[in-house]
Design a protein around this ligand. Sequence first.
Ligand code: ZN
Length: 78
Amino acid sequence: MSDETPNLDELLPVDPEDPGCQATLDVFDLYVETDLSGIDPATRFPGAAAHLRSCPACRLDYDGLRAAVNAFPSNGTG
Ligand SMILES: [Zn+2]
């Protein structure tokens, strides 16, 4: 009776808006910049926002990157 392979779809309910880790990482920089500029990044990157709500690992990376950008602001060439 060791035939009960867990169904990943049941263990990890997927938000239809959630594009996954890689797609979120692709816009990470822009997402953080948007957030730090006072704009709600969820309006520009709803997929990444949905992913960050459901992925603790990316959420942790995001918090870290956000803190790093805050600590070392760019020289304002833009
Ligand atoms: Zn993720």
